[in-house]
Design a protein around this ligand. Structure first.
Ligand SMILES: [Ca+2]
Ligand SMILES: [Ca+2]
Length: 103
């Protein structure tokens, strides 16, 4: 099953399979994380990030989600906006062990 197929038919199960079975590109990750922008303000808050990680079944404590935000949040406003999302990719790769390949 291709990643694209998973994104076209998103479900918790299929995403998990994709993440487990295939390499994700940074763009895939960004597109996926934007799905969790619940209030559609274009930024990923701490809560939204936690929800995203929970969908991956990654054990994501409050402290960990804070460190993810802190890692990626260059301007320190507590949200990950579009320009900062690369830092979140880096965090997911290094700290969460997600396999994200360069695109
Ligand atoms: Ca948001
Ligand atoms: Ca920010």
């Amino acid at each position: 099953m291709s990643l694209l197929h998973c994104f076209l038919k998103p479900s918790r199960m299929s995403l998990q399979r994709c993440v487990a079975g295939d390499d994700m590109t940074a763009d895939d990750f960004k597109e996926w994380i934007r799905r969790f922008d619940a209030d559609r303000d274009g930024r990923i808050s701490r809560d939204e990030l936690r929800r995203a990680m929970r969908a991956l079944r990654v054990r994501f404590t409050r402290r960990r989600s804070r460190s993810g935000i802190t890692y990626a949040d260059a301007d320190g406003d507590g949200y990950i906006d579009d320009s900062e999302i690369d830092g979140l990719v880096e965090f997911a790769r290094t700290s969460l062990g997600l396999r994200i390949v360069a695109c």
